[in-house]
Structure formats: structure tokens, C-alpha cells
Design a protein around this ligand. Structure first.
Ligand SMILES: NC(=O)c1ccc[n+]([C@@H]2O[C@H](COP(=O)([O-])OP(=O)(O)OC[C@H]3O[C@@H](n4cnc5c(N)ncnc54)[C@H](OP(=O)(O)O)[C@@H]3O)[C@@H](O)[C@H]2O)c1
Length: 319
């Protein structure tokens, strides 16, 4: 499988990243191990998690996902085969991007992940209360110390990414080599009208989250009634709009023509989008995982790409 380089770093990833927010939430540890084993067996290598995952699940506090990944890594060995991404800043217990918090949070994450380095350490939020200089200096020190190979920024807009890149250059700090925005066929506007251009101009890698719109783009939910009993009901609500219906109609239509499932087409659309390094997506069962991994072998014909882009077009707001 052709790997892709993350920004200007030396890190190479396969074109689908496993999303770790399901570990300890909708997937228990045993099943998580099976999913991760199968993922790497098929040649994929990158895993995304965060200190806060999955604190929203009943009975959880946060830290569960990193612990599952850490236990899997300890059992499997060969740490260097895997590209490990985690994040700091969103969890109440280790909130924000102050230097002191970053220093403390990285030690906690390393301990839970049972490793002595992270491949990518993300700012999970844009913390506007802390000067970017302070945050970037603290992150940069972690790179110097060998605790982190590369830095990333999640939920930053284009302007703030530009500022951060300028500050890194002025102070000779390590720079953000990768961004992690919400981006999928439904949620396009924010990324496409801001961050995408700045990332591309500066050769910053892009790994997208909610790449399947929390499962909506798989087509398994026909109406809001179908989501009532799911763990993701709160996240899925917003997709049941006329535009959501239009996107699903286009996916179903192409699905027959191209012999690929809606989930595969939705991921292939991202994988082939200029500027996108890889989508992040999760799966809760092996069959789901096999299905989404097959998207990496699918190249969308230009006409199919055009149809999906058109069916998911959004009205540009003037604000
Ligand atoms: N940076 C951030 O702020 C941020 C925010 C959110 C997420 N993320 C990252 O992005 C990752 C991806 O987000 P996500 O996992 O929440 O959402 P997602 O990738 O959009 O959706 C994944 C979910 O869709 C369902 N699914 C997957 N494959 C399927 C298939 N073939 N058929 C039917 N259903 C299928 C599964 O859920 P069910 O089986 O439960 O239906 C799966 O857990 C996260 O794990 C996390 O690493 C980052």
C-alpha cells in the first residue's frame, strides 16, 4: 500500500487512520485488540487517540482509550511499526495548552500508552487564553527531548494555523506539521473555506475526523428513528436534513454503479481530495473495519467524484 508523508515530517502513514475514540466506549478491550491486530495485519499503521477518550461513556473518566492502545502495544511489541497520535487540551483533568499542562499531560499519555515517545502530539483545541508562543515553545521542547516526533493542531482555523506557523518560524520552534479538522462529505464548509488553503500553501498534512459523519455516511440510518438507541444519537441528529438525504442518494446511486459501499465511497472521496493525507475513521466490528479498509484500494473515477462533490455542495454563508 502506498504510504503518504505527514507534512514535511519523516512520518509515513497508510491512507486510513484508525480512530480510537471507540476504545473503552463502543468497543471493549478484547475487541479493540482484534480490530487493531487486523488493521496492522492489512498494512495500515496509524492510530489516533486522545487523553480525554472516552470520558463521555457512562462509568468512564477519560484515559481509557490510551490505556487500551497502550496495553495492545505492550502485548504486540514492535512499537516502531505504529504511528501513534494523541492529543492534549480538551480534558477537564488536563485542560488547555499552557506549558505546565502540556508538560504534565504528555507524561500521563506516555504512561497510559506504555511508550517513551509519541509520533504525533496534537493540540486538541485552539486555546486562545494561552499565547501561541507559550504553547509552541512547550511543544517544541518535547520534540527536542525526543518525547514527540511531530506536532499537530486539531480544531484550529486557517488564520490561527497561519499565526502558529509564523511564530514557529520566528522562534525556530518545531512547527505544526499536521492538522486534524472535522471534514467529510456533509461537513465541508468550515475546512474548505479556511484551513484547507493555509495547510496546502504550507505543506501541512491533513487527517480528517468524523470522516464517516459518525456512521451516517454508511447509509445504515434511513431516518432519525433508526438512531434513537445508538450511542451516537446525539452526534447523528444533525445529518437528517434535505442535504443529508441528497448526499446519501448520490452515494447509494454510485454504490450500484461502482460496486462499492457508501462508506467506501465517502472515504475514497476524502482519500482522493487534494491536500488530505488520510481520513481518520473508526469501526466497532471486524466486518465494518474490512469494509472501510477496502476504501484505500478504491480510486474514484473523476465523474463519480464530481457527482459526490456536487450532491454535497453547500450554500456559502456571507458571515
Ligand atoms: N480532533 C477532534 O476533535 C476529534 C473529534 C471527533 C473524533 N476524532 C477522531 O476521529 C475518529 C473518527 O471519528 P468517529 O469514530 O467518532 O466517527 P466516524 O469515523 O465518522 O464514524 C465511525 C463509526 O461509524 C460506524 N461505522 C464504521 N464503519 C462502518 C461500516 N462499514 N458500516 C456501518 N457503520 C460503520 C461505527 O459506529 P457504530 O458501529 O457505533 O455505528 C464507527 O465507530 C475518532 O475515533 C477520533 O480518533 C477527533
Amino acid at each position: 500500500m502506498q504510504k503518504r508523508t505527514l507534512g514535511r515530517s519523516e512520518i509515513e502513514i497508510a491512507p486510513l487512520v484508525f480512530g480510537g475514540n471507540v476504545f473503552g466506549w463502543t468497543v471493549d478491550e478484547r475487541q479493540s485488540f482484534e480490530l487493531l491486530d487486523r488493521f496492522v495485519e492489512r498494512g495500515f499503521n496509524a492510530i489516533d487517540t486522545a487523553d480525554i477518550y472516552s470520558n463521555w461513556a457512562p462509568g468512564n473518566n477519560g484515559g481509557e482509550s490510551e490505556s487500551v492502545v497502550g496495553n495492545w502495544l505492550a502485548k504486540r511489541g514492535r512499537r516502531d511499526d505504529v504511528v501513534l497520535m494523541t492529543k492534549v487540551g480538551m480534558w477537564d483533568k488536563r485542560k488547555g495548552l499552557s506549558a505546565a499542562n502540556i508538560r504534565a499531560a504528555v507524561e500521563d499519555s506516555l504512561r497510559r500508552l506504555r511508550t517513551d515517545y509519541l509520533d504525533v502530539y496534537f493540540a486538541h483545541i485552539d486555546d486562545t487564553e494561552v499565547p501561541l508562543e507559550e504553547t509552541l515553545e512547550a511543544f517544541s521542547k518535547l520534540v527536542q527531548d525526543g518525547k514527540v516526533r511531530t506536532l499537530g493542531a486539531s480544531n484550529y482555523n486557517g488564520e490561527r494555523l497561519r499565526q502558529a506557523l509564523t511564530i514557529s518560524q520566528e522562534h525556530q520552534f518545531a512547527r505544526y506539521e499536521v492538522v486534524q479538522p472535522e471534514y467529510n462529505l456533509y461537513d465541508r464548509q468550515e475546512y474548505e473555506t479556511g484551513l484547507a488553503e493555509v495547510a496546502e500553501q504550507n505543506e501541512v498534512g491533513v487527517v480528517t475526523y468524523f470522516s464517516l459523519a459518525s456512521g451516517f455516511l454508511s447509509g445504515k440510518y434511513r431516518s432519525k428513528d433508526d438512531i434513537a438507541d445508538t450511542a451516537r444519537a446525539g452526534m447523528l441528529q444533525k445529518y437528517f436534513t434535505p442535504r443529508g438525504g441528497q448526499i446519501m442518494e448520490a452515494l447509494h446511486e454510485l454504490s450500484g454503479e461502482l460496486n462499492a459501499t457508501p462508506a467506501q465511497l465517502a472515504l475514497a472521496w476524502l482519500i482522493g481530495s487534494p491536500g488530505v493525507t488520510a481520513p481518520i475513521a473508526s469501526a466497532t466490528r471486524i466486518a465494518q473495519l474490512e469494509e472501510i479498509m477496502d476504501a484505500a484500494d478504491l480510486t474514484l473515477p473523476d465523474e463519480a467524484r464530481r457527482q459526490l462533490t456536487e450532491a454535497s455542495a453547500y450554500e456559502t454563508s456571507s458571515t
